[in-house]
Design a protein around this ligand. Structure first.
Ligand code: MG
Length: 390
């Protein structure tokens, strides 16, 4: 089998705002076609115009090429070989960041093709299911207009998620977005109030995670605050320090706060996760499957985490395509206890609601294992055309 074509789709939600910290407002979707008549679908979470350029750009150097040139004509049933070919053939263009993020969309589509060609769901090709069901956690989005609105909106969300059957939830304690915590005075103390209010209404059994979106620039301060949250029994605290402050993450680890530290949502390639786990000593690695370089690379990161006794909880804030990829990865990964998931109607994202017909059904706190061949998703062509940017 050979790859014969790659269609790139830049999608944009009409109500997008650059003031929002949400990557559900746009998408970059690829369709990879083959001479066998099988096509695969992939997606990645990065500026979609940049991702398209990484694929479309020509090149004049053996290690400075565009992705399309490198992938056309190759065997789609060997995603790892294509990954290596692209990594070497684009080495001067990045080796990290947008280039690898764009490769992630293509790689995801190749796994979709491989599953469809074999007539099996992708989790079978990823090593086989090691669990009977997938447990999602709900990401709760606050109203940031005032502190009171903030606290009550998260409590309301938490109750709604609990009533829907969720067993785990994550509080976005951003107070207005990354690097904008000055909107609320004394954010460290006020965050504790919010967590306490949520814990009080959902009870002791609910797994609660907290995402502080790179809040602190001082690991000792982060350690003090997180240690003060010990009684809330948090499952993890996400991205307490800036992404590149691996020395800070190590110091935070050594401070023994009693709570797991999670990070890695932006990282590309196993090499960046190696740094996060071996230098930063993060307890939970959070690869976003598109960004890290696709399912090929995500599986390698899962293997590295297993060797080190760490957990995997993938980042997903995109359409049904990326969510399906995360579900297949989680099904085949014993040390991946949760995926990030909300029922489409709760997301407020038209792309999440309309772009795909998903196989995944949330019921009684869990998602049944996907069974359809490949990723198990279908694109809604009308929605694709509706949100496609020329
Ligand atoms: Mg996050």
């Amino acid at each position: 089998m050979k790859v014969t074509g790659i269609d790139c789709h830049v999608l944009l939600a009409p109500d997008f705002s650059v003031e929002r910290t949400s990557s559900a407002q746009d998408s970059f979707v690829v369709e990879v076609h083959t001479d066998a008549g099988i096509s695969g679908i992939g997606e990645t979470d990065v500026n979609p115009w940049i991702a398209r350029a990484c694929i479309d750009a020509p090149g004049t150097h053996t290690m400075g090429r565009g992705l399309r040139d490198l992938v056309i004509g190759e065997d789609p049933l060997d995603p790892a070989a294509i990954w290596e070919r692209v990594y070497v053939g684009t080495a001067m263009n990045g080796r990290r960041g947008a280039l690898i993020n764009a490769l992630g969309a293509i790689d995801m589509a190749l796994w979709d093709i491989a599953g469809k060609a074999a007539g099996v769901p992708c989790h079978r090709l990823l090593g086989g299911a090691v669990k009977d069901e997938i447990v999602p956690y709900a990401s709760l989005q606050p109203d940031v207009s005032s502190f009171e609105a903030y606290r009550s909106s998260l409590v309301d969300w938490a109750l709604r998620a609990r009533d829907l059957g969720f067993r785990a939830m994550k509080l976005e304690l951003t107070f207005g977005g990354p690097y904008r915590h000055e909107r609320i005075e004394e954010p460290d103390e006020r965050m504790g109030e919010v967590i306490a209010a949520v814990r009080a209404v959902v009870g002791p059994k609910m797994a609660i995670m907290v995402d502080v979106q790179y809040l602190w620039d001082n690991p000792e301060k982060a350690a003090r605050v997180i240690a003060g949250w010990r009684d809330f029994d948090l499952f993890f605290v996400e991205t307490p320090l800036r992404s590149d402050d691996l020395a800070g993450y190590r110091r935070l680890h050594e401070a023994n706060t009693g709570t797991r530290i999670a990070a890695g949502e932006w990282l590309a390639t196993r090499f960046e996760f190696e740094d996060l786990m071996d230098r930063g000593l993060a307890d939970v690695a959070q690869p976003d499957i598109g960004r890290v370089g696709g399912l090929t690379e995500a599986r390698r990161v899962c293997d590295m985490a297993a060797e080190r006794g760490r957990l995997i909880v993938p980042h997903v804030w995109k359409t049904g395509i990326s969510i399906a990829a995360a579900a297949h990865l989680a099904a085949a990964t014993a040390h991946c206890p949760y995926i990030e998931f909300l029922p489409p109607a709760m997301t407020g994202s038209v792309l999440r609601q309309e772009l795909t017909a998903d196989e995944l059904v949330f019921h009684d706190g869990v998602i049944a294992l996907p069974e359809r061949p490949g990723l198990g998703i279908d694109l809604d062509r009308a929605a694709l055309e509706r949100y496609k940017v020329a």
